[in-house]
Each structure stands twice: as structure tokens, then as C-alpha cells.
Write a protein that binds this ligand. Structure first.
Ligand code: GAL
Length: 434
């Protein structure tokens, strides 16, 4: 069903080549592998699953997979749901890093596919390869080749992708738009015209919750995509697009103007609290990933509309949540069965309709998904795929942190020259730009 557009992985491979990050390009290993010990039954002990999934829709999706565990992994395993709240793993990553470096890994942990997984944990030798499990489960034929390539290093896969999310969505309150006789905006000019009209009507145009600065960085990423287009945006991560260029200046001006229409208290809200403003009709729009679809579902809000963020039509800004097996993880047999479940058809069909994401697998039943997710599946199959900045796909963790710091200053001072210089420096510091 989901034919895999190749652009994303092509772009990421290009990033890798130019940045001299040592990505693998395999994922086709078909070695003979024994059944992982214990996955046939009789599993016992504790299984700690570490994530940042704490909001309604996130928790619901996760719980649906937990509920399947005893039937797929017979025995008496007790799952510990270890969460650190904070969207995009903004807080969880720090706790995880302390634990991993301190020799105290969880059984398995949520980590974004792409640079966040590979540069942070795989090339550094903290993860076990999963080629046996992939061969046993037939996943080399079930996950798209582009996905297999990205989760692999030196020919072996290192994590199991549970979903594909889209980051560049503009969500809006349909009733607010209808009452104000407005159409959802497709371009920046339309966005600003709509925002002016909403402002005049006393409605906050754009809901933002950037108490984790990643939420603003994500709006910036959509402004970069919408202004530079897919090729220009991809070139930012390979050194081909000049961070000092006039089009990046324009993207930053667009971003700055978008921020001027946000709720005044944005630095004290989370992304889901910002979405609540839209649900309540106090704000009209929010630019956020499609976990908003899950939030709306959990809050039983059915009057939500969606369009690509301004200028983003035809481009799918993608990310994926994955789970792997850390070296020296406690109870590795129980972890392997968790991974088997996470990659299974049953697991992905239970998880993704509640989580607001589409399956990483190619064989999920479309009818199980709501109207938004069915449209996302169509877009995934036809759009140009680009990797998300704010969610670990486009750049290494250190680079993303530097970009986040630059955005933190920018949302306060609005100094386009200064932020552009910082963004250009960050590319140099990452070893990608000269
Ligand atoms: C993303 C993650 C999603 C969702 C979102 C908000 O980074 O991939 O699964 O949880 O953060 O927390």
C-alpha cells in the first residue's frame, strides 16, 4: 500500500556522504538466525520501556501495544512504563544519556530514526545489531528499502521503526474558520492575510507551545521548507545550500512574522496545551506534527482541519519513532519480544491509528485509519520526502541542540542577522559546512 518515496533516504544518504558520517546502506542481511531465546514462551521478569509518550494520544497508542505483549510474548513479564514528559524527547534524551553513559540502560528506548539514533548510539557502539530478528520476522521485505537503509549501519539494522510521522502540518479549527469566512492558507501571503483577519476578530491566529523550544524550531523547519523548497531545504544538511543565503534570510523573515501572530504565553505552554487553545476556539491554527491528530482523538475533538504548512504542499517532512536493544540491557529476551511486537502487523495496526501516525510497515490495513491518516498515507506515497530537523532525522543531536539554542534567542530578540549567523556557524561546527 505505501510505496516508499525515495527522496528522504536519498537525501539522508547524501548528508551522510558529505558529512562523512559512516552510515550503512544495507539492511538486506538474510543470515540464518535462531529464534531469540525465550520469545517462544516462558518469559519472566521486568521489561522497562523508556519513552516520552505521556499525552493522551501518545499514551493510548503505547498502551495498546503493551496490552498485546502477553499474547505475543507468553510468560509473566511485568512492563515498566518509564516516561519522561516533554514533547520531541526534549527532556527524555538528557535522562537517557545519563543512564546509557552510566551503564544503566533501559530494556528499550524510544529514539528517532536517522542521525539521532545512528550518530548518538549506533556508531558509538551502544546498541546490539538486530539482523537476526529482521531475518526471522521477514522485515527486510516488509519495511520500505529507504527505511531499512536509515536504520542500518554497516549492513545491519539497529532499531525497529514503529511509525512514520509528518511534522509539517497546519491544523485549524474548522468552526473558527467558517465563522470568520476564511479558507485555510496555502502560501505565506495567504497565511499572513488569514492571521490579520483573525487578529482583527480578536482570535489568536497561531497557537504555539514552545516551553520546549523544539516546537518553535519545528515552525522554523516548515518555514525553511516552504521558502527554500525540498531541494533547498535538503541542501542545508549537506552543505549544498548556503545558510548565509538570501533565501534563508527570507525564511527567517517569514518565521519571525509567523511568530508575531502566536499567543503571548507560548513559552509557558506545551505543544498539546497549545492545541487545546485551537480546540477551545481561542486560537485558530497550530503548526505541529500529526501527533495532534492523536491529541484531537484523545480529547474527542472532531472539528479539526488540516493542510500542509504554508508553502509545504507536496513535501512530506518525515520522522520515525524506533526502538532498539541497548548493549547490556536487562532481560534481553523480553526486549527482543517487545521489538518483535513493535515491528509486527498486529502491533503497528494497534498503535498507529491511536498515535496519529502511519505504519512504517507497508502492509497495514488502510481502513483502520481515520480520514487524516488515510490522507497522510496517500501523501507519503506521492510526496517528496524530507527529513525533520526538530525530530532527529536531518542532523546530529549536537547540531540540533545548537539550532535550538539559536531559536531560543531568536524568539526573544527577533534579530534575523544574528540568528542567521548562528545557524551558519552551527553548520560549520557540525563539520558539514566550511
Ligand atoms: C516526536 C515523536 C512523536 C511525538 C512528538 C511529541 O518527537 O516522534 O512520537 O511524541 O514528539 O511528543
Amino acid at each position: 500500500m505505501l510505496a516508499r518515496p525515495k527522496f528522504w533516504f536519498t537525501a539522508v544518504i547524501a548528508v551522510v556522504a558529505i558529512a562523512a558520517f559512516a552510515w550503512g546502506c544495507g539492511g538486506d542481511d538474510e543470515e540464518e538466525s535462531p529464534t531469540p531465546t525465550g520469545t517462544g514462551g516462558g518469559l519472566t521478569g521486568e521489561l522497562e520501556i523508556f519513552s516520552w509518550w505521556t499525552t493522551g494520544g501518545e499514551a493510548a497508542g503505547k498502551q495498546a501495544v503493551f496490552d498485546l505483549y502477553p499474547s505475543v510474548c507468553p510468560g509473566d513479564v511485568e512492563i515498566t512504563d518509564a516516561t519522561v514528559a516533554g514533547g520531541a524527547g526534549f527532556n527524555a534524551r538528557q535522562v537517557l544519556t545519563t543512564r546509557m553513559l552510566g551503564g544503566d540502560p533501559p530494556g528499550s528506548f524510544q529514539v528517532h530514526m536517522g542521525h539521532e539514533l545512528t550518530d548518538t548510539w549506533v556508531t558509538t557502539g551502544y546498541m546490539e545489531p538486530l539482523d537476526d530478528l529482521y531475518a526471522e520476522e521477514g522485515w527486510n521485505d516488509i519495511f520500505p528499502q529507504g527505511v531499512l537503509d536509515i536504520v542500518s549501519y554497516e549492513g545491519k539494522p539497529y532499531s525497529v521503526p514503529v511509525n512514520i510521522h509528518r511534522a509539517n502540518v497546519l491544523w485549524y479549527n474548522k468552526a473558527v474558520f467558517e465563522e470568520n469566512d476564511l479558507e485555510p492558507p496555502a502560501t505565506f501571503d495567504e497565511f499572513f492575510a488569514v492571521a490579520e483577519a483573525l487578529d482583527a476578530a480578536g482570535i489568536t491566529p497561531l497557537a504555539l507551545g514552545d516551553n520546549g523550544i523544539w516546537a518553535s524550531a519545528q515552525v522554523l523547519e516548515t518555514a525553511l521548507i516552504g521558502t527554500l523548497g525540498a531541494d533547498g531545504y535538503n541542501g542545508l544538511w549537506t552543505g549544498e545550500t548556503d545558510w548565509n543565503g538570501a533565501d534563508v534570510t527570507q525564511a527567517l523573515e517569514n518565521f519571525k512574522r509567523m511568530l508575531s501572530y502566536a499567543n503571548a504565553d507560548h513559552t509557558s505552554l506545551t505543544w498539546d496545551q497549545a492545541n487545546q487553545l485551537v480546540i477551545d476556539g481561542d486560537a485558530a491554527m497550530t503548526i505541529m506534527g500529526d501527533w495532534v491528530d492523536a491529541d484531537n482523538k484523545a480529547k474527542e475533538f472532531e472539528d479539526s482541519g488540516w493542510v500542509p504548512a504554508p508553502g509545504n504542499a507536496g513535501i512530506y517532512d518525515a520522522l520515525s519513532d524506533t526502538f532498539g536493544l541497548p548493549k547490556d540491557a536487562p532481560n534481553p529476551d523480553a526486549v527482543k519480544c517487545w521489538l518483535k511486537l513493535a515491528g509486527s502487523l498486529e502491533g503497528q495496526e494497534a498503535f498507529n491509528p491511536l498515535k496519529g501516525s502511519i505504519c512504517a510497515r507497508t502492509d497495514c490495513d488502510k481502513e483502520l485509519f481515520d480520514e487524516y491518516l488515510q490522507s497522510a498515507m496517500d501523501d507519503w506515497a506521492s510526496d517528496t520526502i524530507v527529513p525533520s530537523l526538530a525530530h532527529g532525522a536531518a542532523a546530529s543531536q549536537g547540531w540540533v541542540e545548537e539550532l535550538n539554542d539559536a531559536v531560543t534567542l531568536f524568539v526573544t530578540d527577533g534579530d534575523v542577522d544574528a540568528v542567521q549567523g548562528r545557524l551558519a556557524d552551527a553548520c560549520v561546527n557540525a563539520g558539514v559546512c566550511e
